[in-house]
Design a protein around this ligand. Structure first.
Ligand SMILES: [Zn+2]
Length: 456
């Protein structure tokens, strides 16, 4: 079957993508607030708009009355092919670093700029209009196709928890929120807070997010010259400005912690002999500059996804308490329990209490499974590119339900600009992804037998 995308579908999909980009679907609700809509008006507007578009495309739609998720479907059959997307985006970031406005789609020389063009509105719209393209051809769907729209992917995935509580799970499917050809294994993710005593003399608030390796950590508690001398001796890059000493590291995503340089760990190294505190000693003695957690856990790695990664994302010490936030990505074959146990035990020796903040189990759909092989063959047919499928320390919705893999929409030769300024997508790539998704939906939903899963 020819999956070429018609000019009218191209035009319509572009219009839809521009419209969705113009909705600033950024979470505006604080962590613990109980609100409706749960993550703010922008996200809710994007969800409602998307469902209205699906309705116009001829799909049946459902809006969760509590506002956590929505879905749209078409076709018949006992089995369902799921396509899991997210409509929330990260904030625009630094306006000055954008050549356009993050929430106004701007098209220049075949390139569409705007927040969400890559993550995840562009891929979502590409997959949606791939379905539209099949509907136009009046194909017969022997399985249902259900698009599930999440609203809290960038923070805690509460949308998917609610979906799983209330709705039936698809039998198989894909998540257009990664890169081609596809990702069949993702490490288990654990974020943990270790809390301990406060301190009257030492106050710190370092790091921006658990999943970012901090590129700076500032100390403002006096004796700047002394600390600077200690850091100097240890060859730790830093700046002194009055009584503030700022240690410099290198920021990367925590799943790639080995490529960064953690400023909190560097500062802890300098402070440990100088401003004693259990949280500082723990970081300095049990983690140091290790990004594989060797001192805490021993060697943890497997052949599929490699070594464990560990990042000290946040450190806060104030009058009342101290809190160290760790981001840990475990190889797919690793049991969570033993990591948890070792960490609890080590922390308790420093008088720190262990509290789980977030946990996402790993994803592993075997490489030889029919789902992986079917999608891979489709990608190769359309591109001729023989890049091998990959594994990742990052997290997509593919791990939120069984039998899903992350599939596109970024091509392997294109840079990822997710969460960055000047995020953009080339329209040629957008339409090429649409063609690949059209074939994928056709093979999975119109020719049942495809995508069956290997025994677990
Ligand atoms: Zn995403």
């Amino acid at each position: 079957m020819d999956h070429t995308i018609t000019e009218s579908v191209k035009a319509e999909s572009l219009k839809t993508l521009k419209k969705l980009i113009s909705i600033p679907s950024v979470n505006t609700v604080n962590g613990n607030e109980r609100a409706y809509p749960p993550f703010g008006k922008g996200i809710d507007q994007a969800l409602k708009e998307t469902l209205a578009i699906c309705d116009k495309l001829g799909m049946d739609t459902f809006y969760d009355p509590e506002g956590f998720y929505g879905f749209a479907e078409c076709g018949d059959g006992d089995e369902t092919v799921g396509v899991l997307c997210h409509l929330d985006v990260v904030p625009g970031g630094d306006d000055d670093k954008w050549d356009s406005q993050p929430f106004e789609a701007s098209l220049e020389n075949g390139v569409l700029y705007g927040r969400g063009t890559q993550d995840d509105k562009g891929p979502t719209v590409a997959a949606l209009y791939a379905l539209k393209s099949l509907m136009d051809k009046e194909v017969t769907f022997k399985r249902k196709v259900r698009f599930i729209f999440g609203t809290d992917e960038e923070i805690l995935w509460r949308c998917m928890d609610m979906y799983k509580k209330h709705e039936t799970l698809p039998d198989m499917g894909f998540v257009p929120d990664s890169n081609f050809p596809l990702t069949y294994a993702e490490k288990g993710l654990m974020q943990v807070k270790l809390t301990g005593p406060g301190a009257s003399k030492l106050k710190l608030k370092c790091g921006e997010s658990p999943n970012v390796v901090p590129d700076s950590a500032a100390y403002t508690q006096g004796d700047a010259d002394k600390l600077s001398a200690v850091l100097e001796q240890m060859d730790i890059p830093h700046e002194v400005d009055g009584q503030t000493v700022t240690v410099q590291g290198k920021s990367v995503h925590s799943s790639q912690a080995q490529d960064g340089r953690n400023a909190i760990s560097l500062l802890a190294k300098g402070l440990v002999g100088f401003q004693p505190h259990p949280a500082i000693s723990f970081i300095s003695e049990k983690i140091g500059m290790e990004t594989n957690g060797f001192s805490l856990f021993g060697e943890v790695k497997d052949e599929i996804t490699g070594e464990l990664t560990l990042n000290v994302g946040l450190l806060e010490i104030n009058d009342h308490y101290s809190e160290v936030t760790l981001d840990i990505r475990m190889p797919v074959s690793q049991e969570k329990a033993s990591i948890e146990e070792k960490l609890k035990e080590a922390a308790s020796r420093y008088g720190l209490d262990y509290k789980e903040y977030d946990y996402l189990p790993s994803l592993h759909v075997p490489l030889e499974s029919d789902l992986v092989q079917t999608l891979l063959a489709i990608y190769r047919d359309h591109t001729g590119d023989q890049t091998e499928p990959g594994t990742s320390g990052g997290a997509t919705y593919a791990r939120s339900m069984p039998n899903l893999v992350a599939f596109g929409a970024r091509f392997p030769d294109k840079v990822s600009l997710a969460h960055q300024e000047n995020e953009h997508i080339e329209l040629d790539d957008f339409y090429k992804a649409m063609m690949i998704y059209s074939d994928a939906l056709f093979r999975l939903a119109c020719e049942p037998g495809n995508g069956e899963l290997a025994e677990d």
